[in-house]
Design a protein around this ligand. Sequence first.
Ligand code: GUN
Length: 292
Amino acid sequence: MTAKIIDGTAIAQSVRDEVKEKVAKRVAAGKPQPGLATVLVGERVDSAAYVRMKQKACADLGMTSFHHPLPADISQEDLEKLIKELNADPKVNGILVQLPLPGHLDEERVLQLISIEKDVDGFSPLNIGRLAQKGREPLFVPCTPYGCIYLLKEAGVELSGANAVVLGRSNIVGMPAALLLIKENATVTVVHSRTKNIEEVVRRADIIIAAIGMMEFVRGDWVKPGAAIIDVGINEKPDETKKRGYRLVGDVNFDEAKDVAGHITPVPGGVGPMTIAMLMANTLRAAEIQQD
Ligand code: GUN
């Protein structure tokens, strides 16, 4: 069997087009442009690149971004002061603090300070708590897991009653992805570094979300025929034929898995573009909640 490729680039573009159209309608009706504040502490190259992409997406979709680059040695007090100012600023509808923060800062305190109505990353304890509880709805769902579920739904994959295996239990992807799958009535197993017989667990999965940060970790013969695979990994694999000396691969061995799976996301061009698209959708939603 050859898997259907889930085209994250095209699906992300359709989400962005829809957001852009709704933003234009709001502005034409006299409402302010939705605004996203981006907070970047320190100079991590990857974080800076992600934040630049988020600012560019705002500009492309007719939203305003307010960038706050901060020194790596900023104090907890000064960072908290900025968050409080952004909470109070009516031009700011969403607040995004790029993670990870430098080690001396208390991430949990910073995230819990963000107003729930502006928590477009969905990382505040209130939003995560609501995601975890039956009968409660978060205002915002974390962007990467939201993108994963969106891709599965667009591909027509049945979530209700499916056996889903999430590899990885990070706060940013694995854990919220597992909680979202439970909300969708999947039966969920979370695989992590202490899990025994990982291959056996993965073989039972109708849906695999791989977010473990290990290059080509999931092998083709671990995949149940017809399973849907969402690969969140981004790893640099040495490749002499490329100018930059490497190519990007996921947490799943794509060449092996594509012959067994029913659906699979490529890397790049799968989950990656969805994260920013869902952030834009969340920022529009924040403006709607605050202004309508
Ligand atoms: N670091 C890696 N992914 C993310 C994300 O989705 N949001 C934020 N704020 N930081 C991240």
